[in-house]
Design a protein around this ligand. Structure first.
Ligand code: SF4
Ligand code: SF4
Length: 197
C-alpha cells in the first residue's frame, strides 16, 4: 500500500510542479511559433521534438510530453536560438530551467546528462581542470551500465592515438576550487529556499 506523505500532500506537490513550469512558461509566453529557433538549432536533427514544438507544449502546460522528451537534454547551450528569436526570448535559459526541473525530479530521461555534467564538474572541482580519464571513470561509475564502456571505446582509442586523453588515475586532487563550488551550492540553495511557496 502506498504511504501517505503528510509533509508533502499531493495537492502541494502538484502545485509546486505547475509553479515550476509556470515560471518557464512566463519566459517564453511571447512565442509566435515562427520556428526560427528550430531552424537555428544545430542539435535539432537529434531531438525528438523541435524546439518550436517544445515551446508550444510549455505554453500548453503539457508536463508529461515535455519531460518524456529528450529535446532539452540535448541542448548544448550554444545560444543560437536565443540570438535569433525575433521576440528576443531567453530560450537557452528556458532550456536550462527545464534541465533543472528534470534534475530535481530525478527523471530517467535526464539521468545520463546529469551524470555527465556531475562527473565533469567533480573532476574540475578536484583539479581545477577536467582530467578526461577520471571524468569518464566517474561517469561510467555513475551510470552503472557494464556495456557502456564499449560504446565509448572507439572514441577513447581515437583520442588516445592523438594524445588528447589524460590517463592519470582518479585522485582527490588539491581541491583548489572546492571553496568556490561550495559557495555556489550555498547561493543556489538559498535561492531555492527563497522561491519556495
Ligand atoms: S524563434 Fe522565438 S518566437 Fe519563434 S518559435 Fe522559437 S521561441 Fe517562438
Ligand atoms: S541553445 Fe540549445 S536549443 Fe538553442 S540552438 Fe543551441 S542547442 Fe539548440
Amino acid at each position: 500500500m502506498n504511504q501517505v506523505d503528510h509533509a508533502h500532500p499531493p495537492s502541494r506537490i502538484a502545485e509546486n510542479k505547475s509553479r515550476e513550469l509556470e515560471d518557464i512558461r512566463r519566459l517564453i509566453q511571447a512565442c509566435i511559433q515562427c520556428g526560427t529557433c528550430s531552424a537555428s538549432c544545430p542539435n535539432q536533427f537529434a531531438m525528438d521534438l523541435t524546439p518550436r514544438r517544445l515551446w508550444r507544449l510549455v505554453l500548453l502546460g503539457q508536463e508529461e510530453e515535455i519531460f518524456s522528451s529528450r529535446t532539452f537534454c540535448l541542448c548544448s547551450a550554444c545560444y543560437f536560438c536565443t540570438l535569433r528569436c525575433p521576440r528576443g526570448l531567453q530560450l537557452t535559459e528556458a532550456m536550462y530551467r527545464l534541465k533543472q526541473v528534470a534534475a530535481k525530479r530525478k527523471l530517467k530521461t535526464y539521468k545520463a546528462s546529469q551524470a555527465f555534467y556531475g562527473s565533469f564538474l567533480e573532476s574540475v572541482r578536484r583539479h581545477g581542470r577536467v582530467r578526461e580519464g577520471e571524468f569518464m571513470a566517474l561517469y561510467l561509475g555513475a551510470m552503472k551500465n557494464p556495456l557502456l564502456p564499449f560504446r565509448f571505446a572507439p572514441l577513447g582509442l581515437r583520442l588516445l592515438a592523438k594524445g588528447k586523453l589524460d590517463l592519470k588515475p582518479p585522485s582527490k586532487g588539491d581541491m583548489r576550487l572546492a571553496a568556490l563550488f561550495d559557495k555556489v551550492a550555498l547561493v543556489e540553495s538559498e535561492a531555492d529556499d527563497r522561491n519556495k511557496p
